[in-house]
Ligand binder design. Structure first.
Ligand code: ADP
Ligand code: GLC
Length: 477
């Protein structure tokens, strides 16, 4: 079975969020299931630099100008097609927006091209390898099913929604440039309230639609989380499903993680204490093993609910806890967190920026990972927290509620608790969650038991890969 994955980023070549973790791990997991997987990516400078390019597959002329399709392999041995079109992709910094956080004005062309090249590969422009199925991820790749539907010999398609809130919506006037059939611009197509929506194209034209957790798959069929597409998602309910993401054990594993100060496992936890001491020292936090260390590793956006954390920091530090944050995004939030650290340097540490190594060190050092999201399609940091023995304190929403088991008395009794959940999106509810974490921390034996259960959770990629394989087979591939 030959599968082409289409996406905008892929770990370790280029990563801005969880999408890259998924597109990095899924091909390897599918390959272990016997699939032949290749990936198609835009030629962002970081991707071209990190790939071992073996040559040019074909040169093409497109609506977005001339381009070359190159082929290379990742260090892990996954084959990657990359679209070399410097006039579209060779821009410094973020792949989606400029230095002032403004989307590039030609994003419709930059990402339509990704879908268009996927369709050409599906038609066989590489004479040596032609996919049986194309699997596109998020709005950046969402025109692939539309271009494929419009092609002479369409192959089957799967579209995965990683985040319905980012839709790739552009003015209707951009449509003509994309060279899609005129009648696709319709309410039964990719028209969305008088504009053109890449996300809607993926949902409408794909043979199967998935999202990254079962709960989020249900939530997006309701108006609260449907982002205007809930009606279509309800209509497509029979082909919509949720497949939970996994954790790449080769990248996230405290027993052999080269990025952390000391390795450890649930049977031998002394390394975690060393990691905590090292982080406290590095950041000038009080050297205190008994202070529970709360952590956040996140994009600082509206989705993640971090203003709730800002407003409950006093609850953590007044009870003798500590807090560390690694994140970047919203400028106002960045400066408020920095100010909090300046006011309480021995208890609050904040690093603004994106730092892969430091994200591992925080997971290893901390006792609690906080994810109070407004919505969360899957969420990966709570999964990393479980694995590294940082108990998740999360809102009961999306993938968070599918992956964390609350430390209620019954769950403690049964030995299945792994963290704490709260319901309402409010400071009061988060505060209650923080208090519950302190209450558990005070019961050292129980804390350790919960931590052991958390660390033994199996959120590997194989179960997810098996489900994707079933889905692909169900489409006759
Ligand atoms: P999302 O994709 O919505 O941002 P996820 O929890 O699925 O949320 O994935 C976030 C990924 O990005 C995780 O791998 C997390 O460790 C990483 N990450 C987020 N912010 C940072 C940062 N500032 N530095 C390093 N890694 C980060
Ligand atoms: C998105 C979601 C996140 C999910 C990730 C990978 O960025 O916000 O919840 O874990 O995609 O699927």
């Amino acid at each position: 079975m030959k599968i082409l994955q289409v996406c905008a980023e892929m770990y370790p070549l280029l990563k801005t969020g969880g999408l890259a973790d998924v597109s990095g791990a899924l091909p390897l997991a599918l390959a272990r299931q016997g699939a032949e997987v290749r990936v198609l990516l835009p030629g962002f400078p970081a991707i071209l630099k990190a790939l071992d390019i073996s040559g040019e597959v074909v040169a093409l002329h497109s609506f977005a100008g001339d381009l070359r399709v190159l082929y290379g392999t990742t260090a892990e041995g996954i084959g990657v097609y990359v679209i070399d079109a410097p006039h579209l992709y060779a821009r410094d910094g973020n792949p989606y927006q400029d230095g002032h956080a403004q989307p590039y004005p030609d994003n419709h062309l930059r990402f339509a091209l990704l879908g268009w090249v996927a369709a050409r590969l599906a038609e066989g422009i590489d004479r040596l390898w032609r996919p049986d199925l194309v699997h596109a991820h998020d709005w950046h790749a969402a025109l692939a099913p539309a271009y494929i539907a419009a092609s002479a010999n369409p192959v089957r398609t799967v579209f995965t929604i990683h985040n319905l809130a980012y839709q790739g919506v552009f003015p209707a006037s951009d449509y003509a440039a994309l060279e899609l059939p005129a009648d696709y611009y319709d309410v039964n197509g990719l028209e969305f309230y008088g504009q053109l929506s890449f996300m809607k194209a993926g949902i409408y034209f794909a043979d199967r639609v998935t999202t990254v957790s079962p709960t989020y798959a249900r939530e997006i069929t309701g108006s609260e989380q449907g982002c205007g597409l809930d009606g279509l998602l309800r209509d497509r309910g029979a082909i919509l499903s949720g497949i939970l993401n996994g954790v790449d054990d080769a990248v996230w594993n405290p027993a052999c993680d080269a990025l952390i100060s000391a390795t450890y496992s649930s049977d031998k936890m002394s390394g975690k204490a060393k990691c905590k001491a090292a982080l406290q020292q590095q950041f000038g936090l009080q050297q205190n093993a008994d202070a529970p260390l709360f952590a956040v590793v996140s994009r600082l956006t509206e989705q993640k609910g971090l203003h709730l954390v800002l407003h409950t920091l006093h609850e953590i530090i007044s009870r003798g806890g500590q807090f560390v944050l690694l994140g970047s995004g919203d400028a106002a939030m960045e400066s408020e967190f920095k100010q909090a650290a300046a006011n309480h340097p021995e208890q609050i540490a904040v690093r603004i920026g994106y730092d892969e190594a430091f994200s591992h060190q925080i997971m290893a050092a901390s006792d609690v990972i906080m994810v109070p999201s407004r919505f969360e399609p899957c969420g990966l940091t709570q999964l990393y927290g479980l694995k590294y023995g940082a108990l998740p304190l999360v809102r009961r929403v999306g993938g968070l509620s599918d992956t964390v088991v609350d430390c209620s008395l019954e769950n403690l009794q049964e030995g299945i608790a792994t963290g704490a959940l709260f319901d309402g999106f409010s400071e009061e509810e988060l505060t209650r969650g923080i208090r519950r974490m302190f209450a558990l921390w005070a019961r050292t034996k129980e804390w350790k038991a919960v931590r052991k259960t958390a660390m033994s959770c199996d959120f590997g990629w194989q179960p997810a890969a098996e489900k994707y394989m079933q889905l692909y087979r169900g489409l006759g591939t």
